[in-house]
Write a protein of this length. Structure first.
Length: 271
């Protein structure tokens, strides 16, 4: 005699397979553009071709031999090294202040910090252009770093705020009741507990900075063109697979970063 569990498994079988099929289609939809870009980067033809008829590293060599591409890569790498730690420190400090301190205007300050998520990027870019031009920083690396930090800061604040909200505040109270100072408690109790949020904020800051186009278009100069802006302008003028080769390199770097995060703290904790 069939049990209730057997009946449920039998009746739910078609729905389960339909759900799995829908999930597979979603993953295929997300993976297919990446696969097309990655494989077409190895085509020897003078235009993107998928699937490639033969294997060639011609466009990777063209990327390495092109000084403009390498300069754009240097600019993006410099921004990554500056913006990521700066955004992480500012975001962690701001999130802790908003979560732990009670002061007048806290909600207004929180809305102001998160406003770059709401304000259109074009409007933000124009506003930064006016402000940085008046300060003499328009077109400079410092101006780009300021713009990228402003855009990436809300992601760091939100991820750290989630970690602070989920941690048990009694652990901080217990530490201070045992004689620890607030600074010691923050360094040895709070920071280790919110480390996943800090790492996630750093990852989001790095990804946001490295892929930022809208604001960068208003703040770049001929000597400070970042990689996304270079790709954007190159596609507008030229149609060859060197952009696919650049994208393939970044896909490999992104996968390597995910593997590193998974091996260190785990993707579920970081995201």
């Amino acid at each position: 005699m069939a049990t209730d569990n057997d009946t449920l498994r039998t009746s739910g079988g078609p729905w389960r397979w339909a759900g799995m099929g829908a999930g597979a289609l979603v993953y295929l939809f997300l993976l297919l553009p990446v696969l097309v870009i990655f494989l077409s980067a190895f085509s020897p033809e003078a235009y993107p071709q998928f699937p490639p008829k033969s294997f060639s590293l011609r466009w990777f060599q063209a990327f390495v031999d092109n000084g403009a591409w390498l300069r754009a890569l240097q600019v993006s790498a410099w921004l990554l090294l500056v913006v990521t730690p700066l955004t992480t420190i500012l975001g962690t400090t701001a999130a802790y202040a908003l979560a732990r301190l009670d002061f007048r205007g806290r909600e207004l300050l929180q809305a102001f910090v998160l406003s770059p998520l709401i304000i259109p990027q074009v409007v933000l870019g124009i506003a930064l252009l006016y402000v940085l031009t008046a300060a003499g920083l328009a077109g400079s690396m410092a101006g780009l770093a300021i713009g990228h930090t402003l855009v990436a800061l809300p992601y760091a604040v939100r991820t750290v705020s989630v970690s602070l909200a989920s941690m048990d505040r009694r652990l901080e109270a217990a530490s201070m009741n045992l004689g620890a100072t607030p600074a010691y408690t923050f360094r040895h109790v709070t920071l280790p507990l919110i480390r996943p949020g800090i790492v996630a904020g750093a990852v989001f800051a790095a990804v946001t900075s490295f892929g930022e186009v809208s604001v960068s278009l208003f703040l770049t100069a001929p000597g400070t063109v970042s990689m996304p802006v270079r790709i954007f302008t190159y596609i507008d003028q030229t149609f060859d697979p060197v952009v696919n080769a650049v994208s393939a390199v970044f896909i490999v770097l992104a996968v390597a970063a995910l593997v590193l995060i998974e091996r260190t703290i785990g993707l579920t904790k970081a995201m």
